[in-house]
Ligand binder design. Structure first.
Ligand code: 4G0
Length: 251
């Protein structure tokens, strides 16, 4: 897959996309990331990319012309690529959307700045707007990095063969269970006994219990949609009772 990114700050991406798992994926040719600087496309004398908003108001707006010309160049090289604008009014990025985007041959990501982009550029050369969450950033670059990282995990081969994107938080609709590594004892804090005995059925049950407990405690909304079986529902009842006991013994 090729992810093309259009930005006025292409240098922001270098270290994030060179380190760790994304760096390895690129070296292995599983993911091609290409940065296009929008500024050289500006037809204005000083290579401006922003201007005052018509109608007045605070801040600046990114000009349509440099974006449309940059997008035309990149789109011609990657016909059929899904063209995505990162912005706070977009459809929310979720695991399900990331999985869907990972199936695409190519993506083009447009990073906006200031108060956003001239609407005509969005109308003419963007297929969809995606938001990484309900907050405002100073630019779309960090949002593009988040989307790229999140999508890359679902490209076959990007995660080592032993880690699977299915085994992690949210993939089964629940929060993750606690993890431990060596040493077995650290400043008097022990690793839970059950993880040391090699009884894999017991370990699985303990982890499921911990996931259900964390979800009930921190994200009860997820329990409405998580696929739960009879055993999970019984465990949840137990956890609720335990939690009630703890609360009532405090009074
Ligand atoms: C468009 C994405 C882009 C409009 C980008 C700002 C948050 C996200 C930008 C604005 C971004 C996100 C209206 C200020 C650039 N901020 N949540 N900043 N406005 O995905």
């Amino acid at each position: 897959m090729t992810i093309n990114i259009l930005s006025i700050f292409p240098e922001m991406f270098e270290s994030v996309f060179s380190a760790s798992i994304l760096g390895r994926a690129r070296e292995q040719g599983l993911l091609d990331i290409r940065l296009t600087d929008i500024r050289p496309y500006s037809a204005s004398k000083h290579k401006n990319t922003d201007d005052y908003p018509f109608g007045g108001g605070a801040g600046m707006v990114m000009m349509a012309q440099p974006i449309m010309d940059a997008m035309a160049d990149v789109s011609a090289a990657y016909p059929g690529a899904r063209r995505i604008y990162l912005g706070p009014r977009g459809k929310k990025l979720t695991t399900a959307l990331a999985r869907e985007l990972a199936l695409e041959k190519d993506l083009i990501l447009l990073c906006g700045h200031y108060e956003g982009v001239d609407q005509r550029a969005l109308d003419a050369c963007v297929d969809e707007e995606i938001s990484i969450g309900d907050y405002i950033l100073t630019g779309g670059e960090l949002a593009a990095m988040v989307l790229t990282d999140c999508v890359a995990r679902f490209i076959p081969g990007v995660l080592g063969s032993s880690d699977s994107p299915e085994e992690e938080s949210f993939s089964d609709g629940l929060l993750e269970y606690p993890q431990y590594t060596r040493p077995r004892e650290l400043n008097g804090m022990e690793v839970p006994e059950v993880l040391l005995n090699g009884d894999h059925a017991k370990i699985r049950a303990w982890r499921r219990y911990q996931s259900l407990k964390a979800t009930l405690l921190h994200r009860p909304d997820l329990l409405e949609t998580a696929p739960l079986d009879e055993k999970d529902l019984k465990l949840l009842d137990e956890i609720r009772k335990e939690m009630n006991q703890i609360c009532s013994s405090e009074n």
